[in-house]
Design a protein around this ligand. Structure first.
Ligand SMILES: *[C@@H]1O[C@H](CO)[C@@H](O)[C@H](O)[C@H]1NC(C)=O
Ligand SMILES: *[C@@H]1O[C@H](CO)[C@@H](O)[C@H](O)[C@H]1NC(C)=O
Ligand SMILES: *[C@@H]1O[C@H](CO)[C@@H](O)[C@H](O)[C@H]1NC(C)=O
Ligand SMILES: *[C@@H]1O[C@H](CO)[C@@H](O)[C@H](O)[C@H]1NC(C)=O
Length: 490
């Protein structure tokens, strides 16, 4: 009798396990090969890395670029087959350029310990991030290349010289064209010598040239820029250059780099696009429709493997970016906090077919995200004299994120009471919904009804860490075990 029950229960268990696995694997998607994503963590409460890694797997994303070597992040990639590009922040370049010991230490602590069997698939190290941006006034021109060389030597000594490529993510402003055509391309005069050295190094080591290309910025920085030329679905503007036709700024920009490489005598260096994407808020041209149009055209292009006129064939690119980051600097523009294909909480924002087949479908969102309570902070109804709220709004917006309130943005249609509430809520959420963060001299109050309306979302913050949820799942599993074992013995 007991034996029969045990068998039955064992049978139940197998069904339960099979069902769970089915649910886990049921809705996997595909991403065009060669297309990866950037994942940054400049957010008040970043998504838990294990949740993000599951989301990447669900969407078939196999290549990820991150900006440092945070063990919290790398740990989540352990044992996965996702290829990683890790980064070294610019503030480390000076030390790394001066000291071989420091470079060896960096490799030991940040790379070697993850490279065991079943560890993390680190394949690239980007030494510095856009270190030659004009706005840095040349601060990193002397240190970037020596730092790259030291990291390469350290990797060689640690035995990873063949497996891990060293490069540096550069902004597309390291080259320019003298003629508005790709064939006029060459590296910027002030960094020409160091670029030549870097390119020679990349060529010798068979490492990729890593460049960030932003058609959105072409449009943002120039009111007269022909809008269609930023996308991939129109030939309303065509540039002819030595019998090559360019119908979009991406290919023209890419081939300007190809020409620049030729002119310094290294025409065959491979090129990877380190960042490319379109933001969804914070500017009148940063919206869901434009992002959808951009990605749709770009991903179809990636799937077609046509490449550019001068470099036909498949390309390697990293989309920018996976999720929104509400702590990014807005110096370049308010759109900076809205680059995510997914929202801050891992919910998809617009339809995007990562497989490049151009289907109208949503990507798979993050699972198991835990939110704070359903509470929002808003302006008290009784407040009628709006000149009283001005100071409070300035305060809330100086600390919280009000980048959705500007002209042409998702919350620009709110009236004064509405945008005051929006700013209060942003501040309240970033302070983990603490009661003191919803006071503003008695002007504010906490409500439990969602004040969001018409495309303007009043977000609720998420928990960062997610360990409790894992506990619940484990406990859930244990509970099933207990029930089974219990029923076996009665
Ligand atoms: C990475 O390397 C630097 C330099 O040695 C070290 O200070 C830092 O702690 C390392 N990071 C990790 C996560 O081990
Ligand atoms: C670059 O120079 C400008 C003007 O001199 C200055 O405002 C800015 O802070 C400098 N930036 C850096 C990163 O040094
Ligand atoms: C509104 O508030 C401002 C600033 O506190 C004050 O100067 C003004 O007199 C008030 N107006 C009314 C109509 O109460
Ligand atoms: C709120 O809306 C009013 C009226 O449209 C506008 O004048 C004000 O600048 C807005 N405030 C913010 C912070 O966007």
């Amino acid at each position: 009798m007991a034996e029969a029950k045990f068998l039955m229960c064992a049978f139940c268990m197998i069904i339960v396990i099979a069902k769970c696995q089915q649910e886990g694997d049921g809705h996997r998607s595909e991403t065009v090969s060669g297309v990866g994503v950037n994942w940054g963590l400049l957010a008040t409460n970043p998504l838990d890395p294990s949740i993000v890694v599951n989301m990447l797997k669900d969407n078939g994303i196999k290549r990820v670029k991150i900006f440092d070597t945070d063990p919290w992040i790398l740990g989540a990639f352990t044992g996965t087959d996702i290829e990683l590009m890790v980064g070294i922040p610019n503030d480390q370049l000076k030390k790394l350029s001066h000291s071989m010991d420091f470079a060896k230490d960096w490799v030991k602590h940040n790379v070697s310990k993850h490279m065991h069997d079943g560890g993390v698939k680190i394949r690239y190290v980007s030494v510095g991030n856009e270190a030659f941006l004009k706005s840095y006034n040349g601060s990193y021109i002397k240190t970037t290349f020596p730092a790259m060389q030291n990291i390469q030597t350290a990797l060689d000594k640690a035995g990873f010289g063949d497996k891990i490529k060293v490069t540096t993510a550069l902004n597309a402003d390291v080259y320019e064209s003298s003629s508005d055509k790709p064939s006029g391309g060459n590296f910027r005069a002030d960094i020409h010598d160091v670029m030549k050295q870097i390119v020679q190094f990349l060529d010798e080591r068979k490492s990729p040239f890593l460049v960030n290309i932003y058609p959105f910025l072409s449009l943002y920085q120039n009111e007269d820029f022909p809008q269609d030329y930023a996308f991939f679905d129109s030939s309303s503007r065509t540039i002819n250059d030595n019998n090559h036709q360019y119908t979009n700024v991406f290919e023209a920009n890419f081939d300007t780099l190809v020409w620049s490489l030729k002119k310094v005598g290294h025409p065959d260096v491979s090129i990877m696009v380190g960042e490319i994407g379109w933001p969804t808020d914070g500017d009148k041209r940063a919206n869901l429709n434009n992002a959808k149009r951009f990605y749709n055209g770009f991903l179809k292009k990636m799937a077609s493997k046509k490449g550019s006129p001068l470099r036909p064939g498949p390309m390697n690119v990293y989309l920018f970016s996976l999720v929104d980051e509400n702590l990014k600097s807005v110096l370049p523009g308010n759109f900076e906090r809205h680059w995510g294909i997914f929202r801050y909480d891992g919910k998809p924002k617009f339809s995007i077919d990562l497989s490049g087949r151009g289907e109208d479908k949503m990507p798979i969102g993050a699972k198991g995200v835990r939110y704070l309570e359903n509470k929002w902070c808003v302006l008290r109804k009784e407040v009628k004299n709006m000149s009283e709220v001005y100071g409070a709004v300035s305060y809330a917006c100086a600390l919280g994120d009000c980048t959705s309130l500007g002209t042409g943005c998702s919350c620009s249609n709110l009236d004064v009471a509405g945008n005051t509430s929006f700013s209060f809520n942003q501040f309240f959420q970033m302070n983990e919904q603490s009661v003191e963060a919803c006071d503003f001299n008695g002007l504010a109050t906490i409500v439990t009804q969602d004040p969001s309306h018409k495309g303007c979302s009043f977000p609720i913050e998420i928990y960062s860490g997610g360990t409790m949820l894992k506990g619940v799942i484990h406990l859930g599993g244990l509970f099933i075990w207990f029930v089974l074992i219990f029923t076996t013995f009665i």
